[in-house]
Write a protein that binds this ligand. Sequence first.
Ligand code: AMP
Ligand code: ZN
Length: 133
Amino acid sequence: MGDGLTDSTAVTTARTDGPVADCVFCQIAAGAFGTPFVAESESAVAFRDLHPQAPTHVLVVPRRHLGGVRDLGLDDAPLAGELLALAVEVARREGVLESGYRVLTNDGPDAGQTVFHLHFHVLGGKPLRGGLD
Ligand code: AMP
Ligand code: ZN
C-alpha cells in the first residue's frame, strides 16, 4: 500500500457529516440554544453540564456528530487529540489544572451513556471519588 497503514484502518464506523435530528448536543454545538461555551476550538466546543456532579463539570463535544468514542476512527486522530487538548484547556480555565481533575467518557449501556453524541466529561474542583466503577 505504501501509506504505512494496516488493515485496522478498515474498521467500520457509524459516522455522519451533518447534524443529527433530535441530537441535543448537535444543537448546542451549532449554537441553537445560545448555550455559553467555556472554551471552543475549530472542531469542538465545551459547555457546562446541566446536572453538575462537581464544582467543575464541563462537557467537551465535537461539533460533528459521533455517537460515542467507538465512532472515532484512526483517521480521526487529529479530532481525538483536539478533544483532549480542549479538555485540558477547560481545566486550565476552570483553575483545576494543579488541584487535579478527571476526564472521562461513557460508551454504551453498562457505562451509563445517556446522550449518544460523543462527549468527554471534565470534572474537578473537589476531591473526586476513587475507583473506576
Ligand atoms: P452521559 O451519561 O455520559 O451520556 O452524560 C450525559 C451528560 O449530559 C449528563 O451528565 C447530563 O447531565 C448532561 N446533559 C444532558 N442534557 C444536557 C444539556 N441540554 N445541556 C448540558 N448537559 C446536558
Ligand atoms: Zn449529535
